[in-house]
Design a protein around this ligand. Sequence first.
Ligand SMILES: [Mn+2]
Length: 430
Amino acid sequence: MKYEKINRELFIKNRAKFIAQMAPKSIAIFNSNDIYPISADSTMPFQQHRDIFYLTGADQEETILVLFPDAFNEEHREMLFVRETNEHIAVWEGEKLTKEAALDRTGIKDVYWLDQFDTIMKVVMAQAENVYLNTNEHTRANTTVETREDRFIKDFKVKYPVHNIKKSAPIMHSLRAIKDSIEIDLMQTACNITEKAFRRILGFIKPGVTEYEIEAEIMHEFLRNRSKGFAYTPIIASGNNANVLHYIENNQVCNDGDVILMDFAAEYANYASDLSRSVPVNGKYSPRQKDVYNAVLRVKKASENLLVPGTYLAEYHKEVGKLMESELVGLGLLDSTDLKNQDPKWPAYKKYFMHGTSHFIGLDTHDVGSWTKPIEAGMVFTCEPGIYIPAEGLGIRIEDDLVVQANGAPKNLMGNIPIEIEEIEDLMNA
Ligand SMILES: [Mn+2]
């Protein structure tokens, strides 16, 4: 792991919060992710499952967490199973968690080797009525690939067919949506690394550079700051490429006179940040580019102040739509006829701003959290309005990450990242 050791109090508190939501006589089980194969003996870099990470801090494959607060034996109440390590593994693959290291990292006293799992489960399952299993209930999840968790659940239900199955996902979503101060600090670190990369490329972007050269500069800055890389696939989209919302080829030359829309951000300790900035390739926005940029910026500033406790995300998005509608009229992109004829289900502004304004962010970039309950203090959201005008080869998006406060405006974790036109132009021409 490149990141500094995390204060394990976070994971101890997270487990206590989960246990507080469990029914009596229940066991909860969480699995790590697989290491995904590519071909031959190649694999993708390991990415820990965010739920077991949230509950333990264990950042290693083939790890299982078992929580059983009502267990008869104290050593069965909180158990971590890890792959047995030895000197051979240490030489070939590097250091894996020993029992001592696992305790140090997670705060779990009872650490077992994985080969004891089946034997111990027989003992504890005989005492339990319910089992919480962890499925992916993110509404946009792509679940074609069978995960280690999916495989485990299949086997487990065959072995223990008469226990009551309960869902961990709703509990995990409600816990993970509200961030602890230790998590906010980790997210702030991710945002600060993102800031360094943005400042670095402001001095690098000029007509003739390629989108992938900009991507390379960003990655360089991420790695030297203990991030393992991008929190999501970066979008480095110059000119009309900005109008392809998920443009990730990043293989074109940046031309004089174009604006380049960049949606990139660092991960740190598995926590995501998410930034968008749109800057002029030649260091000076044209008058039209300035007008569109400032329209997006006004929508962003007004929208973020709506991220307050008690508001529903659906209401919030409606309000942002109204702000955007009036800016689009101001830019001459919509007129009164467009507004008169608009379909309430697909309002006129969606022609130029077709995506949502905010999403939860945390251990996942599009983090878990309820879209049907009001916003609460401690939730972290992006705010990312944009205006896309293919006819003008121009697309602008501006995005920061914000922590909802109990009172007043949210705290901007990206408040130090240049956003005003003058500051961006000054830095690009320094
Ligand atoms: Mn985003």
